[in-house]
Design a binder for this molecule. Sequence first.
Ligand code: NI
Length: 184
Amino acid sequence: MAILKVARMGNPVLRVRADEVPMAEIKSPRIQKLIQDLKDTMEEYGGIGIAAPQVHESLRISIVRIPANSERYPDAEESPLQIFINPIVEVLDSTEQTFWEGCLSVPDMRGLVSRPRHIRITGLDETGAKVQIEAEDFLATVYQHEFDHLDGILYVDRAQPKTLSFQAEYDKYWAGTGLESLDD
Ligand code: NI
């Protein structure tokens, strides 16, 4: 078990397109350890998702897990741990939905971001098996946020600029305004 240091905004590793993981390397000790460390790091910091570039590994791997009855996300529907390697996203419904987003790489900030509400994701899991799922609503936003990390995009690039808020000001003026918040 290892908790890795999280790269913060300004670190170039967050701004480049991450590399595909070759199929033959998925089961290698290096990639398997990275996946375990990503899980440990996400849990340590209370995130609901994390992507490899956030731990200084420019590889197309990300993880999402929304715990049941989460204190931080009481209205979010539970979603079991899912690992995606080399994911591809297809938009099934481009109607936009808006949520407050945050990011472990942009600490203590929030901003409102609009994204398509329904997507299909195709990728590989930690064993190299093909996985395909659909995600809607809040979960669709979480995945899109995570996969943006694989393309060097941060939520602040997509946020409505005038909504960017420090956490304390978010808590004071915006929390509980009806839109869920995510932090990964
Ligand atoms: Ni993030």
